[in-house]
Design a protein around this ligand. Sequence first.
Ligand SMILES: *Cc1c(COP(=O)(O)O)cnc(C)c1O
Length: 305
Amino acid sequence: MTFAATAEVVTYFKARPVLIDCEEDTLNLNTDRIQEAITDKTKAIIPVHFAGHPCDLKPIHAIAQAHNLYVIEDAAHALPARYHGKMIGGISDATCFSFYATKNITTGEGGMVTTNNAEWAARMRMMSLHGLSRDAWNRYSAQGSWYYEILSPGFKYNLTDIAAALGLAQLKKCERFWKGREHYAALYHEGFQDLPEVTCPPVASHVQHAWHLYVIQLNVDRLRIGRDEFIRQLQQAGVGCSVHFIPLHLHPYHRERGGYRPEDFPVASRVFERIVSLPLYSKMTEDEVNRVIETVHDLVKSNRR
Ligand SMILES: *Cc1c(COP(=O)(O)O)cnc(C)c1O
C-alpha cells in the first residue's frame, strides 16, 4: 500500500522488491508478515509510514537484527512524526523524505535522506552529484582549484540551491503546518463519530502522526454505492478527493513481474475498495473542513442501504 517510488528504487539495483500485505487499520505493513517474506537474498526492510502514521519499528528492527538486514524507512509522509517520542529520521539505518509539491513541506521537487552512518552519508553526497569526490575538491578548494576526481558512476540527484532555499523557509513553518493538519484531522475525527458508514484513521498512543493524508474507509456494505461512485458524487458536490493508493500488486508491472494475484494481499486488495483521501492541507479553513464533513454526511444519508 504505497506509491510507485518505494518499489522502483529497489529495481534500480537490479534487486527484486518483495511486497508485504498491510494492516487493516493503519495501512502500514503488517509486521507479522515480514518473517515469511525473508530469504537468504533479502537485504533490507523498507517500511512506509502510511499517511504519516509511523510503522511499528520495534518488531521491524528486531527482525532486521536477527537476519542481518538494513532498515530503510520511506518517510515521504512522515514529517514531522514521532515513534515512542523519537523523531522519524533518527531511528533506522536510513530514512527517506520527499519534498514533492504535495508533501507536508516542499521544495517543488526534491527530498532528503537522513542517516547516522558517516560513510553512507559521504557516499550519498558523492553519488548524488556524478560520483565526484568532494574530498579531492576540499583538498584543493582552499586554493580555489579546478581539481576533482570521478570515483564512481554517479547520478544527478542533487537538490538545487534554489530548491534548498525554499526548503529552509518551509522547514521553519513545518510545525505550524503540522498543527493545522492535526487540528483538521481532529475535526474530521469528531465529525464522523456518529457515522457507522465511515471508519476514521486510527492513531496509536505511542506515535505522533504527521497527518500527510486523512484516509477514511467507507463501510461499503452499508451503502448502495461503491467507493468510485462515492468519490464521483463528492467531486460533483465540489469536494476534491483522491485514493492513496492503488496497491502496488494491482499494477501491471508488479502484477506481472511478481506473479501476484489480488488474493495474495487480501487486506490491501479489500481496503483498496474502501479508501478515500479527504482534503487535508494547512491552508484549509475550518469552514472548508466542516463543509467536507457535511457533504460526506449528506452523501452517506442519501446512499444508505
Ligand atoms: C511521494 C512519495 C515518495 C517519493 O516521492 P518523490 O516524488 O520521489 O519525491 C515515496 N514514497 C511515498 C509513499 C510517497 O508518497
